[in-house]
Design a protein around this ligand. Structure first.
Ligand SMILES: N[C@@H](CCC(=O)N[C@@H](CS)C(=O)NCC(=O)O)C(=O)O
Length: 224
């Protein structure tokens, strides 16, 4: 039986969703973030040295890193579902988006989160203008331009085809859900990119997405 080491309100929601799409049985071991720091509990380091979520255990194996977990599950249990045939142009797009989600889309989103915290962290009043200035500079020179360029690129890609890897829904769409949800929640992705917003509406309407939410517990990016 596959075990998902599931941290509340986290990327591992994607793994639950993938398992629901594949119709596989699985067990969830729940872990709670520290409400102040938002870090995972130390207990998760017993499963994998980095103590991050998602991690799965299956058949004596431990697999971490969401893209690797998606590939493992699709290769082992997909029976051809949720991934285009190897050797096709769609398969190359699939691989691209599977890596893009964590390798390119998440870094500026995480930087935004970090610099928003720098700007809002309580500091002595005479330092405040300096921390605010550093955060604003990072935002205007690096983070915002990268986010906007990526939003434009992803919007254009979803104008080429209904889903990220082509005309069929695949696991690449599941992998792309988290950065897009995060972008809509806290980085200014909005109705100016109608294809991306429609993508979010379409994934949120999928029965397997809803089932995974029921099993995973509260998820702040969930929309009605
Ligand atoms: N690139 C990794 C990122 C893993 C990651 O940072 N997970 C977050 C949850 S969204 C986490 O475990 N945070 C808690 C912590 O860092 O202690 C993946 O996709 O699996």
């Amino acid at each position: 039986m596959i075990t998902v080491h599931h941290l509340n309100d986290s990327r591992s929601q994607r793994v639950l969703w993938l398992l629901e799409e594949l119709g596989l049985g699985y067990r969830i071991k729940h872990y709670q973030r520290d409400p102040k720091t938002m870090f995972a509990p130390d207990e998760l380091r017993k499963v994998h040295p980095l103590g991050k979520s998602p991690v799965i255990s299956d058949d004596g194996l431990t697999v971490a890193e969401s893209g690797a977990i998606v590939e493992y599950l699709v290769d082992r249990y997909g029976e051809g579902r949720l991934a285009p045939r190897p050797g096709t142009p769609e398969r190359l797009r699939w691989t691209y988006w599977l890596h893009f989600a964590e390798g390119s889309a998440m870094p500026p989103l995480l930087m935004k989160l970090a610099f928003d915290r720098v700007a809002s962290t309580p500091v002595p009043f005479f330092i405040k203008p300096v921390t605010r200035m550093i955060a604003a500079k990072a935002m205007s020179t690096f983070i915002r331009p990268n986010l906007e360029r990526q939003f434009d690129f992803m919007e254009a890609e979803l104008s080429r085809s209904a889903w990220f890897a082509g005309d069929e829904f695949t696991a690449a769409d599941i992998q792309m859900s988290f950065p897009l949800e995060a972008a809509a929640e806290r980085a200014g992705l909005d109705a100016r990119r109608p294809k991306l917003m429609a993508f979010l509406d379409r994934i949120h309407a999928r029965p397997a997405y809803k089932k995974a939410l029921e099993r995973g517990g509260p998820y702040s990016f969930a929309k009605d």
